[in-house]
Ligand binder design. Structure first.
Ligand code: SF4
Ligand code: SF4
Length: 138
């Protein structure tokens, strides 16, 4: 829903994330107890509660699919919440969306939009995660 950072910035962020992940793994291995700074987690919790309680349920109505959809069904297969059904070759979104936007970012022909803010925006796929790895096994 916002412009993607440059390729260099993305790589920089992925490197930082790797570093952070290593720190977290080490902390867990050493059984350290680390609390996040309370003021930050307090606001995060509040925002998260509001989002879960009021906004998430309205997500499904925001999705649309353009006529470029080729009925491949990939959006349905990558949805971790099993929230998409294919109806007459087109996706339909159910009420259990988690707003991960995997469906939108993996559509091979970019035919999915989420409201108006994704229109014309570049799509993003993590460079080290394949579509095969995302497919639900059910
Ligand atoms: S992934 Fe895209 S092209 Fe494939 S079914 Fe879904 S909306 Fe249509
Ligand atoms: S945003 Fe995520 S959870 Fe929601 S329908 Fe798309 S893939 Fe499923």
């Amino acid at each position: 829903m916002s412009a993607l950072p440059s390729v260099e910035k993305r790589q920089e962020r992925l490197k930082k994330a790797d570093l952070k992940l290593q720190q977290v793994i080490s902390s867990i291995a050493r059984r350290e107890e680390k609390a996040e700074k309370e003021y930050f987690s307090f606001f995060c919790r509040k925002i998260n509660m509001f989002w879960r309680g009021s906004l998430l349920a309205k997500s499904s109505g925001k999705f649309s699919c353009s006529s470029s959809c080729n009925s491949c069904g990939l959006c349905q297969k990558v949805c971790p919440a099993n929230n998409i059904r294919m109806m007459e070759g087109k996706p339909e979104w159910g009420p259990n969306c988690q707003e991960c936007l995997a469906c939108l970012h993996h559509c091979p022909v970019n035919s999915i939009e989420f409201g108006s803010r994704t229109v014309g925006r570049e799509r993003y796929r993590h460079p080290r995660i394949t579509v095969q790895e995302l497919l639900r096994q059910d």
